[in-house]
Design a protein around this ligand. Structure first.
Ligand code: GLV
Ligand code: MG
Length: 320
C-alpha cells in the first residue's frame, strides 16, 4: 500500500507554460488538478520562457485548492534536466508533482526520482514530497507499465496519453479519443485503458485518462470520459474550461450511489458487530450485502467524500 495521500483528480487541466494569461486564469477554475506544460504545448524556442513563467506563477500562489503539477519534457530530449532543475529549484515548495511524459522504462522514473531528491536536498525541501505522474504514450511504456508504477514511491498517477499513443502504434485515425474508422467490433482503446487501470489498481496509484481534443463538443467529452469512468478511472484531462464541470460530474459518484455506499458501510458495520448479531451476510432492504459489498462501497464512498458530497440518508439499526 502506498502511504502517499492521493488527492482527488477528477479534472486535470492542461495549460501551456508559455501563456502567463492562462497560468493566471486557472486560479479561478474549479479543476481538481492543473498541469503547467513545458512539453508539447510549448514551442522549442519558448521553453526557457515557459520555465520562468511557471516558476513566477507558482511562487505567486493562489492555486492551493488544486493539485499543482508541471509537465517537463521527456528524457529523450535535451530539455528534461533543465526543466526539472529550474522549476523545482525555483518553485519546489509550491508544487506537488512533476509529470513525466512518454515514459518507456522504470529507469526513466528512477532518474527523475534521483534528480528530484538532489534538488530537494540542495534547497532544504522535504525529501520525497514531490510526486511523479507517469504518462504512458507508446507501446514500450505500456508493456513496462507495472515496473513504471513501482519504480519510485513518488509515483502517484498513471496517465494514458492517447494522441502520442495513437501515433506511436500507427493507429489509422487522427481524431483523439474517438474510434478509428474501420474498427467496428468494440472499443479500440479498451486494452490500453484496462492495462493502465490494472497497473494503477495493483499498485495503489490513480488512473487518469488523457485529452479529448474536440473542445467544443462537451457531449462528446462526456461520452468518452464516461467510458473510462465506468471502467474505474479516477479522472481525465481537460483542455478547456467547459470540460472542467463535465469531468467533475462524470468522475464523481452520483448522489444516490454515494448515499447507498454509506448505508452499506454503516449497515455492515452494525450487523457484523456483537450488537447486530455478528453476522457476515445480511439483508439491507431487498439487497444481500457481505464483505465484497463493503469493499465496493468503500471505493464509492471514498470518491464521494473526495468530491465533497455529503450523505442525505442515515442508517437506523432495526428495533430489537
Ligand atoms: C497527451 O500528452 C497525449 O499525447 O495524448
Ligand atoms: Mg503526449
Amino acid at each position: 500500500m502506498t502511504d502517499r495521500i492521493l488527492r482527488s483528480r477528477r479534472s486535470n487541466l492542461a495549460v501551456p507554460g508559455s501563456s502567463p494569461k492562462m497560468l493566471d486564469k486557472i486560479r479561478n477554475l474549479p479543476a481538481d488538478q492543473f498541469f503547467m506544460d513545458i512539453e508539447d504545448a510549448v514551442a522549442p524556442i519558448a521553453k526557457p520562457e515557459a520555465r520562468r513563467n511557471i516558476v513566477a506563477a507558482l511562487n505567486e500562489g493562489g492555486y492551493d485548492d488544486k493539485v499543482r503539477v508541471v509537465r517537463v519534457n521527456d528524457w529523450t530530449t535535451e530539455w528534461t534536466y533543465q526543466d526539472v532543475v529550474e522549476v523545482v529549484g525555483g518553485a519546489g515548495a509550491n508544487l506537488d508533482c512533476i509529470m513525466l511524459p512518454k515514459v518507456q522504462t522504470a529507469e526513466q522514473v528512477v532518474a527523475l526520482d534521483l534528480l528530484l531528491t538532489q534538488i530537494e536536498k540542495a534547497h532544504g525541501f522535504e525529501v520525497g514530497r514531490i510526486g511523479i505522474e507517469a504518462q504512458i504514450e507508446n507501446a514500450l511504456g505500456l508493456i513496462n507499465v507495472d515496473a513504471i508504477a513501482t519504480a519510485s514511491p513518488r509515483v502517484e498517477t498513471i496517465i494514458f496519453g492517447p494522441a502520442d499513443f495513437m501515433a506511436s502504434i500507427n493507429m489509422k485515425s487522427l481524431v483523439v479519443g474517438e474510434q478509428p474508422p474501420g474498427y467496428d467490433v468494440g472499443d479500440a482503446y479498451h486494452y490500453i485503458l484496462m492495462r493502465i487501470l490494472m497497473a494503477a489498481r495493483a499498485h495503489d496509484k490513480l488512473a487518469i485518462d488523457g485529452p479529448y481534443l474536440q473542445i467544443k463538443d462537451v457531449e462528446g467529452y462526456k461520452r468518452v470520459a464516461g467510458r473510462s469512468a465506468a471502467l474505474g478511472f479516477d479522472g481525465k484531462w481537460v483542455l478547456h474550461p467547459d470540460q472542467v464541470a463535465a469531468a467533475n460530474e462524470v468522475f464523481s459518484p452520483r448522489q444516490e450511489d454515494y448515499d447507498h455506499a454509506e448505508l452499506i458501510l454503516d449497515a455492515y458495520e452494525y450487523f457484523t458487530s456483537a450488537a447486530g448479531g455478528a453476522r457476515g451476510a445480511v439483508m439491507l432492504g431487498d439487497e444481500m450485502i457481505d464483505e465484497a459489498s463493503r469493499k465496493m462501497a468503500l471505493v464509492i464512498s471514498a470518491k464521494g467524500r473526495a468530491a465533497g458530497l455529503s450523505r442525505t440518508q442515515a442508517f437506523t439499526p432495526p428495533e430489537s
